[in-house]
Design a protein. Structure first.
Length: 96
């Protein structure tokens, strides 16, 4: 557990570059926070409805397996030298 904290920024930076990194990383943690808030509510409702967590946990395990399989299908990301870098500052901008 906790691997997403390492893998997520790595994959975001490789697939989308540094220009989009901060926005996408912020959105990622926003969705993590939302899931962390809504997860216990859904689990509680599932328990109240069925008297067990088993059904919902089995479904969540299946979704996790599907997502993990889909991650294996991700295309290779572009090598570092082919990705667009942030524009460099000109000497005029640097002195201003």
């Amino acid at each position: 557990m906790g691997g997403e904290a390492d893998v997520t920024p790595y994959l975001i930076s490789r697939y989308f570059g540094l220009r989009s990194f901060t926005v996408l990383y912020g959105l990622t943690w926003t969705f993590y926070a939302f899931a962390g808030a809504i997860g216990p509510v859904l689990m509680g409702k599932a328990f109240d409805a069925t008297g067990s967590y088993e059904t919902l946990l089995a479904r969540l395990a299946l979704v996790t397996l599907v997502v993990a399989t889909l991650m294996l299908l991700l295309p290779r990301y572009a090598p570092l030298e082919k990705r667009s870098a942030l524009p460099s500052r000109s000497s005029a901008e640097a002195g201003a």
